[in-house]
Write a protein that binds this ligand. Sequence first.
Ligand code: ADP
Ligand code: MG
Length: 287
Amino acid sequence: MTNTGDDGAGSSERPRPASPGTATAVTVTGVDKVFETRSGQVSALKRIDLIVAAGEFVSLIGPSGCGKSTLMRLIADLDQPTSGSISVFGKSARQARLDQDYGIAFQQSGLLPWRTVAANIELPLSLHGVAASERKSRVGELIELVGLRDFADRYPDQLSGGMQQRVAIARSLAEKPNLLLMDEPFGALDEMTRERMQSELVRICAETKAAVVFVTHSIPEAVFLSDRVVVMSPRPGRVQQIVSMQLAADRTDGLREEHAFFDMVTAVREALHQGSPVSSVRGVENR
Ligand code: ADP
Ligand code: MG
């Protein structure tokens, strides 16, 4: 994907990467993460090297416990690597967090229970002094986008888990960030809503040119969304293989039924199984 760095307005506030041609959203260099626990050390990540270009969509896939969420938390500066370094748009992870350079949608929606759906989505805009009229129209747009028009005035505990997650996604998109960090954001959604959200995310990324780091357990989801899929090994998580999706840039729904799509699903599956035989299930996972 190309980077056009098209959010020229406000560039005085948000330093842009020096050269658009080589712009990177995220650089992870030699990162290890060891957790100290009562029963000893847990090595969660080992020698992770990863570069996510501006505007690129990269998915992380791998067995449970391989460190996907840990890696996301390190990028988001919610925890620190044991060794190695991480930069986000050329800044330290910490500075990027302080500058709110990215939107986050994690497994837990993290909504404020005392604010309505609309007020939750509006929160980042209020915090950053966006004018009331602009806030209102942006919130309206986002509520429409995630299909919650009739729920704008509800509170989180009045929503299903899937609906709460849609609110969290809308909130992460509120400021049209250049980077989205998404950890299984669609995991709680039913299959139809999930595919719709995937298509919406593709459209949003095309519009905003946002880079995305996306964790999923679903191979078809990773294939549909990504430019590259990072396949991680069981704990301690390492980058086992990076599979480039040889697919058309515009990801329309029809793609889900194309041969090229199944080929990529198979390629990711084989990378996950490290070359173990998969012939019995080849190509059947996308119902
Ligand atoms: P994934 O998201 O791929 O399922 P995680 O990143 O959540 O995996 O966890 C990776 C490994 O690190 C797991 O073995 C998990 O138990 C361990 N882990 C994660 N967070 C902590 C923590 N705060 N303290 C101790 N161990 C942790
Ligand atoms: Mg996880």
